[in-house]
Ligand binder design. Structure first.
Ligand SMILES: Nc1ccn([C@@H]2O[C@H](COP(=O)(O)OP(=O)(O)OP(=O)(O)O)[C@@H](O)[C@H]2O)c(=O)n1
Ligand SMILES: C[C@](O)(CO)[C@H](O)COP(=O)(O)O
Length: 231
């Protein structure tokens, strides 16, 4: 475990359309610190992480370098690169810049600032053992499947359902192979593990995560985030 070389790719090039604020949500400040800085901090302080690759919007590269990476002394950040149109395109840019000296690759949303060290470490261990894993929590609601007219057509057994978060962690060769194929096929995956499910025989392990590991997506999430920080 101590010898596993781990790189995390943090996609943070989104526009935050659902948040609908002037600045993209990952740059909103909580206690004078941008949300993205909380996210990076979680990986900077995890001993098992060697390198961090940040993927951001073209016009934000210099801001992120000066006002986040340098300001908070994030020494593990080795690259700040330009993202793409969709999350998947941004992650692929990160994958293309991975060094050969990496065993396990973690992918974690820039907009998930409350990830804890213990979960990062569990994800690394499971990825190393099984090849691929995602962090997730059991769903609390009953989930329905609908047809195109909002009629219910199925109610899956809740005991089998998970709400999937990040980090998602993979052996480097596996995630590189499946991302290459997904991009080539223009296969639209809403999370990284979908590509492993589609293009390999590897079973993706779910690591039971934390309900606090929210993705800041809409304005309600900011209220929750502030309450976590006692604001
Ligand atoms: N082209 C994109 C789109 C998303 N992301 C990142 O992927 C993570 C999860 O995406 P999401 O929460 O959907 O962010 P946005 O795309 O910014 O939000 P929205 O869909 O509301 O516009 C975020 O950290 C986001 O910055 C990215 O790097 N590149
Ligand atoms: C990867 C993810 O965070 C897992 O829940 C999520 O799928 C990202 O989706 P989004 O539509 O880009 O918010």
């Amino acid at each position: 475990m101590d010898n596993i070389k781990c790189t995390v790719i943090i996609p943070a090039a989104g526009k935050g359309k659902r948040m609908n604020t002037k600045k993209s949500k990952q740059y909103i400040e909580l206690l004078d610190k941008p949300i993205l800085a909380y996210t990076i901090d979680a990986f900077e302080k995890c001993d098992k992480i060697d390198n961090i690759i940040l993927v951001v919007g073209k016009n934000e590269i210099e801001y992120v370098r000066k006002e986040i990476v340098e300001k908070y002394n994030f020494n593990k950040v080795i690259e700040i690169i330009e993202g793409g149109k969709e999350r998947q395109d941004s992650v692929y840019e990160g994958i293309k810049s991975l060094s050969s000296n990496t065993d396990v690759v973690l992918i974690h949303d820039g907009a998930r600032p409350f990830i804890e060290t213990e979960l990062i470490e569990k994800a690394i261990i499971n990825a190393y053992e099984y090849g691929a894993c995602v962090v997730g929590v059991r769903v609390k609601d009953t989930i329905k499947v609908s047809d195109g007219d909002n009629n219910i057509i199925d109610t899956p057994n809740r005991n089998t359902l998970w709400s999937i978060q990040t980090p998602q962690a993979f052996k480097k060769d596996l995630i590189t192979m499946v991302y290459g194929r997904g991009i080539n096929d223009k296969y639209n995956a809403t999370d990284d593990s979908m590509l492993v499910e589609k293009y390999s025989d590897i079973k993706v392990k779910i690591v039971e995560g934390a309900y606090s590991n929210i993705k800041i997506t809409t304005s309600e999430d900011l209220i929750i985030a502030k309450s976590f920080l006692n604001l």
